[in-house]
Design a binder for this molecule. Structure first.
Ligand code: N01
Length: 546
């Protein structure tokens, strides 16, 4: 390709989801020339891809899954439900893109390929799927923590003759279940949201469950005008609380431990939280839920008793009994999941006692027989957190690929930088609070820090910025040290990488909540401890794009 055809930018953002949209807004606002490329046909990232029936925000409640950078967004956008649907969140992101004139710097249907660092130029070069080549001083990987769908390696899966859809890559055309025999493999958040909706329409639904899940009532309901007005009136205080409280939502956690209450008080708390619904069942539960096996066991017993109350057939209820520590797999919220098993057209197959042997053109063959199906829905999750960075596989100093660098561990500093990969920043990468924090708010805060770091570099006329290996080692100890004080690492989950065969086992989420962001401030305030800046080797390339 001719040298002249290379486009020069200050920053290239990969991904037009929640993080990429804000990265564009923030970095462009700093005066940088920025473009966003995304392989999808629309903006929204995760919210563009996951349009399966029942998909909705499964956090502690609306309208706090949102950006905070512009107050007018909260004042102008009418959130309609306490657990907004995928369509509502996508519409909100479309509104943000229009409101802040982001679209002119976003290129859709454009995959980034072969990112490589040029040590002499101190810049990244990438090829695009549309035949272009871009050179950028900074590469911002806003590629998503749950964006590489996990298609299970079940023998015969490609032979299935009916429609085979993955929840994480759902078609944008209407999908019809009426009159069909549908199979769903997977009972994580996506499967549990989709199952009650598919059951309402399908002739028959067979659910293939490998691990039973703890799921709590979402209790989705309309957000009233009075509730929204109250949030708007108190937005400054609520916004401050979102930053101060664990998880990035504006409610303090319950500070009591289970041992401080009597059995009757504990039962009353669990009942109240169950009735209230939303992820508050976890957030407002006892503070030692995730550190004390006994407390966790009490909560587990309570949820199991609720499953038995809801599911009428005792044999089906038995199969639905979860046996891991509550909330050490991502807690699930549902709108009628357990109730769906009371329908005549829903069957549960417990893969622990009746494993899938293969998929045939006509259905799923388990140890005990064949289940004939017209449609198969794979709700089998994602190669989470590290997966999409590895798929991008940037090549840093001396051509070292990320796949080689991360062969055994996801080395990183602050979850934002990787030694050997100068001028590359991750958003919601391994080592950030990412998936266990309010993701739009977390993205804003991570990107603000990245912006400050870039401003520092440019202010000092430096050319490159890079984490040191020593800082990475200390960071790994910090992240793991916090995780090891909890029950999380004891469970096989997508957090630990156990859902992907061959993936290194590592708990890559910083569980410090607001403490993580204090650490970011400390690092910047100390003159970027753990980070090396390199003198500029040449005059900055003039930006050809504004
Ligand atoms: O994926 P999952 P998900 N054979 O990995 C099973 C977020 N999210 O898409 O547990 C049979 O949780 C697997 O079984 P097991 C949220 O953070 C947010 O549901 O590994 N089964 C499991 O049951 C969530 O946690 C929203 O034994 C197989 C399921 O498939 C994350 O995304 C909505 C299998 C996968 O569950 C991922 O959720 C939805 C196999 N070969 C999701 N392979 C919001 O609304 C896997 N499974 C914000």
């Amino acid at each position: 390709m001719a040298r002249e055809s290379v486009e020069h930018l200050d920053a290239l953002v990969i991904g037009a989801g929640v993080s990429g949209l804000y990265a564009l807004h923030h970095l462009r606002g700093m005066g940088l020339s920025v473009a966003v490329c995304d392989g999808a046909g629309g903006i929204g990232g995760t919210w563009w891809y996951n349009g399966y029936p029942g998909a909705r925000v499964d956090g502690p409640g609306s309208p706090f899954y949102c950006y905070t950078f512009a107050d007018e967004l909260m004042q102008e956008w009418d959130w309609a439900e306490t657990q907004p649907s995928q369509a509502q969140v996508l519409a909100y992101l479309e509104h943000v893109a229009d409101r802040f004139d982001l679209r002119r710097h976003i290129r859709l249907n454009t995959w980034i390929r072969n990112p490589r660092y040029d040590e002499a130029a101190q810049r990244w070069t990438v090829d695009t799927s549309t035949g272009g080549r871009i050179s950028a001083q900074f590469l911002i990987c806003a590629v998503g923590a749950l964006s590489t769908a996990n298609r299970p390696d079940i023998p015969g899966i490609d032979d299935f003759a009916g429609e085979c859809l993955h929840t994480g890559n759902w078609p944008h055309e209407p999908v019809h279940f009426a009159g069909k025999r549908v199979g769903v493999i997977g009972t994580g958040s996506s499967g549990i949201q989709a199952i009650p909706e598919i059951a309402k329409e399908a002739a028959h639904l067979t659910v293939f469950q490998r691990t039973p899940q703890f799921s709590f009532p979402a209790r989705n309901q309309p957000l009233t005008a009075a509730e929204l007005a109250s949030v708007r009136d108190n937005w400054d205080a609520l916004k401050a609380n979102m930053r101060n409280f664990n998880g990035g939502f504006p409610w303090p956690r319950n500070l009591r431990t289970a041992a401080e209450d009597t059995p009757a008080e504990r039962q009353a708390l669990f009942e109240r939280l169950w009735e209230e619904g939303t992820l508050k069942f976890i957030v407002d539960n006892y503070s030692d839920l995730l550190t004390n096996k006994e407390t966790n066991g009490m909560v587990a017993d309570f949820v199991r008793s609720k499953i038995r109350e809801i599911v009428r057939d005792p044999a089906t209820a038995d199969k639905l009994m979860p046996d891991h520590y509550v909330a050490t797999k991502r807690p699930v919220l549902d709108n009628g999941y357990f109730e769906a098993y009371n329908r005549k057209n829903v069957t549960l197959v417990d893969l622990r006692e009746d494993p899938i042997e293969r998929i045939t053109p006509s259905g799923v063959c388990t140890a005990t027989g064949v289940c004939h199906l017209d449609m198969l829905v794979l709700a089998t999750g994602f190669d989470a957190i590290s997966g999409t960075f590895l798929r991008l596989n940037p090549k840093g100093r001396a051509g070292l690929s990320l796949k080689e660098r991360w062969r055994e561990r996801y080395h990183n500093y602050l979850g934002l930088m990787i030694s050997g990969f100068p001028n590359l920043f991750m958003v919601h990468g391994p080592g950030t609070p990412g998936v266990l924090y309010n993701m739009p708010l977390g993205a804003e805060r991570e990107i603000e820090w990245v912006g400050n770091c870039i401003e520092h570099l440019r202010g000092e006329s430096l050319g490159a910025v890079e984490a040191t290996p020593a800082a990475e080692a200390a960071w790994a100890e910090e992240v793991e040290g916090i995780a090891n004080r909890t029950l999380y690492p004891l469970t096989d989950s997508w957090y630990t990488g156990a859902n992907i065969p061959g993936k290194p086992r590592q708990f890559p989420v910083h569980l410090g909540g607001p403490h993580y962001f204090e650490r970011l401030s400390q690092v910047a305030g100390s003159g970027y401890e753990g980070i090396e800046f390199e003198a500029a080797r040449s005059e900055p390339q003039s930006a050809l794009f504004v």
